[in-house]
Design a protein around this ligand. Structure first.
Ligand SMILES: Cc1cc2nc3c(=O)[nH]c(=O)nc-3n(C[C@H](O)[C@H](O)[C@H](O)COP(=O)(O)OP(=O)(O)OC[C@H]3O[C@@H](n4cnc5c(N)ncnc54)[C@H](O)[C@@H]3O)c2cc1C
Length: 394
């Protein structure tokens, strides 16, 4: 079977390639590290360059300052950025944030933020998890209390990716007690909080890579105006769920493309380097794994394309994003393990900038966290079993 894209999407792919060819990706300074998502690090300069082309708001409605382009163009653009190893770190999460603002926000919040997001100036982190609330997110205890036309937020978040590098946090807090709300899923509210809000303190957490990617957020009497609510008061959990499937889709869509590039680099290295008197590719175990992983990455890429088509046609996706996210993240771990066997250990450890060995080292250390971020593989397998296969909940 042969899959092709519409001519308009192929033309746009060429346009993105030309843009990427204009300037080497290494020339864009990194402002924050890559979390292993296949999206590269965060470069403000690169985000602004995308903003100037109108590509951050590519698919947003024209009347809201967007490009009004079809979703397929966004898929094409993201893949090209991933193939090229571009530093587009927050682009995907930002678009999800923008889509929530477009869909659910009051005019004030939308008018304040959309132009800044489109220009690459505003970037958003997610403050959902807490020290005692991860997979069981409804156990969160951060409280928001209404005080006139403001809310006062108190609590603590953890593992918030890139919080210190971005400009705003999306925070989930309990605004009504469980008793009054009637269930744990009710009475939660989603807020947008600027990083410079008095009372918000971000503490960096050092990752295995030796870099800072996660932050702990302390909220001590943080006051936000009532128009900071994303969606409606008390509807925060539904707001979260609405975005979750798309978040898992977009958050991993670029990974197969990024891994295919990494596999090409590993292949080239294995052909040009020798070990024990023969080229590394002559080791049939390495050659077999390269072929298998390439086939898996190519198949996962197609599954994501299919899911993109389902989402753009508003078709139900009860389990697909959970399944493909898990597949992509576990594939990333296997590619990282192959890299550890193909590359010489000292090149992995030296960590010189802009070397593919350094990127592989980074992938090796960041890929374990990927099967935890955005829902653990164990929890997502339960989603596939119950929502996909119809098995009873244990
Ligand atoms: C790289 C990375 C980035 C992250 N970024 C963010 C972020 O930006 N914002 C944010 O809010 N959070 C973020 N997180 C936090 C992430 O969402 C949580 O770590 C995740 O939901 C798991 O929660 P937990 O760490 O509390 O583990 P727990 O929920 O305590 O899980 C511990 C173990 O128990 C297993 N387990 C738990 N419940 C079940 C179940 N019902 N069935 C089977 N097994 C179960 C889990 O699979 C896991 O192995 C990030 C985490 C990582 C690693």
């Amino acid at each position: 079977m042969h899959f092709t894209l519409p001519e308009s999407a192929q033309a746009f792919r060429r346009e993105v390639r030309d843009f990427l060819a204009e300037r080497p990706m290494q020339d864009y300074p990194a402002d924050a590290t890559d979390g292993g998502y296949g999206t590269g690090p965060f470069s403000r300069e690169f985000m602004r360059a995308l903003g100037r082309r109108g590509w951050i708001g590519l698919t947003w409605p024209v009347e809201l300052g967007g490009g009004g382009r079809p979703m397929i163009d966004q898929l094409v653009m993201l893949e090209e950025l991933a193939f090229a190893g571009a530093p587009f770190g927050p682009l995907v999460g930002n678009d999800q944030w923008a889509q929530s603002l477009i869909r659910d926000s009051n005019d004030r919040l939308r008018d304040e933020l959309l132009p800044a997001i489109a220009a690459g100036e505003a970037t958003c982190w997610q403050g959902f998890s807490e020290p005692d609330a991860g997979s069981d997110l409804l156990a969160l205890t951060t409280r928001a209390v209404r005080d006139g036309d403001e809310y006062v937020i108190n609590g603590r978040k953890i593992w918030s990716s890139e919080a210190g590098a971005y400009t705003h946090g999306q925070l989930l807090a309990r605004s009504e007690s469980i008793e009054d709300a009637g269930s744990r899923a009710n009475g939660l509210t989603m807020f947008v909080v600027p990083n410079d809000a008095p009372g918000l303190t971000l503490r960096p957490i050092l990752a295995m890579t030796g870099e800072v990617y996660h932050y702990e957020a302390f909220l001590d009497d943080v006051r936000v105006p009532e128009w900071s609510v994303l969606g409606s008061e008390g509807e925060g959990f539904r707001e979260l769920l609405r975005g979750l499937d798309r978040d898992r889709f977009w958050g991993r869509f670029t990974k197969p493309a990024n891994l295919l590039t990494k596999l090409d680099q590993l292949d080239a290295h294995a052909r040009s380097h020798r070990r024990d008197g023969r080229t590394i590719i002559e080791d049939s175990g390495i050659a077999r794994r390269l072929v298998e992983l390439r086939a898996e990455a190519a198949a996962t890429r197609l599954l994501f394309h299919k899911l993109g088509w389902q989402l753009s046609n508003d078709l139900p996706v009860p389990y697909e994003s959970a399944l493909y996210k898990t597949m992509a993240d576990e594939l990333g771990q296997r590619v990282a393990n192959l890299a550890a066997d193909v590359l010489e250990q000292d090149t992995l450890i030296r960590r010189e900038p802009h070397r593919f060995e350094t990127e592989m080292h980074h992938l090796y250390l960041s890929s374990p966290g990927q099967t935890i971020a955005g829902g653990t593989s164990e929890v997502l397998r339960t989603t596939v079993a119950t929502r996909g296969l119809g098995l009873a909940k244990g």
